[in-house]
Design a binder for this molecule. Structure first.
Ligand code: DAH
Length: 357
């Protein structure tokens, strides 16, 4: 029995894999194991012999069982230690250049736009992306039957069965922030409202989620001339050039009167987009003088106050400024694209320090 004990204890101690331990268990105390066979022999012994051998065999079986369990645990610990050594990571190390994230062109351009308008005295306002249809449409002088509702390719939310209230919408533009800001702050006002908007549309220059920045200035003597100056100043600062050619086109929006769309001269030659040259025009914004009905809906007296508003596509001006031909790539999360078009995380755009360089 001592020989058996020495043999198995040393085999267990020398095992280096869990599978070996299992083999040893079967060999020693499995159904046909050496120790199990010895236990079966107890039946053939005299009572005296059995009284002596029985407890010894049981003790031996217990000793081997615990030796197996202890070794199994030791092997698991060693495996874990080994793995931890391999996966070790020092979180206090400085970032490696290649691993550094970049600022997405949309975030960059939003910062640039904000810096320029902040310099002209515009504060930043926000509103919800899931909006009531009153804020998104009615308050902006777009009543239920108005064709502008159909044109916008609106995403509607569902109401529960039997719930007759009008559904909420994913805001189709940032214009509802005009209403919310006027209600909350009253006149005078000078704000921009950058943010996400949604329309069911998809091609080179349209994605179902995109970005706009709304502008709103309300005071007693604001005119279309102020709008034109502000937009020209903005465009020059944004494109970081002395001259950019803008085209104001008479247009129609339910929430402004008169209304103008603004295009910027550009070329698409060779698939690259260039601003300020060429024979193409890219529409970048809609604008106008805020409609009296919109002021009324926001509890502002249109006989006392007036102002201008505009809504500009952030993605559009990002494509133009940074020569990015396909809007869809903005939202593909392709790391190579993000590294190529992204901006250094610590270069915050300011008018003093430069917007993009
Ligand atoms: N909300 C319009 C759109 O998404 C853009 C717009 C046009 C906004 C004229 C304005 C505006 O504030 O005055 O197409």
């Amino acid at each position: 029995m001592d020989d058996l004990r020495d043999k198995y204890i040393s085999l267990i101690a020398g095992a280096t894999a869990e599978a070996t331990l299992e083999d040893l268990r079967v060999q020693a105390i499995g159904k046909k194991g050496e120790i199990s066979l010895k236990m079966r022999e107890l039946g053939k012994m005299t009572p005296e012999q059995r009284q002596e051998a029985g407890p010894k065999l049981n003790a031996l079986k217990d000793e081997i069982t615990s030796a197996l369990a202890a070794k199994k645990e030791a092997l698991a610990d060693a495996a874990l230690d080994e793995r931890l050594r391999g996966e070790w990571l020092d979180v206090t190390l400085p970032v490696r250049a290649r691993r550094q994230g970049t600022i997405h062109p949309i975030s960059q351009v939003t910062e640039e736009v904000t810096a320029i308008f902040a310099d002209m005295g515009f504060a930043v306002a926000e509103g919800p992306q899931v909006e009531s249809d009153w804020y998104n449409f009615d308050a902006l002088n777009i009543p239920g039957h108005h064709p502008a509702r159909a044109e916008m390719d609106t995403f509607y939310t569902h109401r529960g069965e039997g719930d007759e209230r009008p559904p909420h919408v994913l805001r189709t533009h940032t214009s509802p922030v005009q209403i919310r800001t006027m209600q909350e702050q009253g006149a005078p006002i000078r704000i921009i409202a950058p943010g996400r908007v949604y329309r069911a549309d998809y091609d080179m220059t349209h994605t179902p989620m995109f970005h706009q920045v709304e502008g709103l200035a309300i005071d007693k003597d604001i005119s279309m001339a102020n709008l034109k100056w502000v937009l020209e100043e903005f465009v020059k600062a944004f494109f970081e050039v002395d001259d950019v050619e803008l085209r104001f086109r008479a247009s129609h929006f339910p929430f402004t009167e008169p209304s103008a769309e603004v295009d910027i001269r550009c070329s698409w030659e060779g698939g690259t987009l260039k601003v300020g040259e060429g024979d193409d025009w890219l529409e970048i914004l809609g604008s106008g003088m805020v409609h009296p009905k919109v002021l009324e809906a926001s509890n502002i007296d249109p006989t006392e106050w007036q102002g201008f508003a505009f809504g500009m596509g952030i993605d559009r001006i990002a494509m133009l400024k940074y020569g990015i031909p396909d809007l869809r790539a903005f939202f593909d999360s392709d790391l190579r694209w993000l590294r190529h078009y992204g901006f250094a995380a610590l270069d915050v755009p300011t008018l003093r320090g430069g917007l993009s360089r």
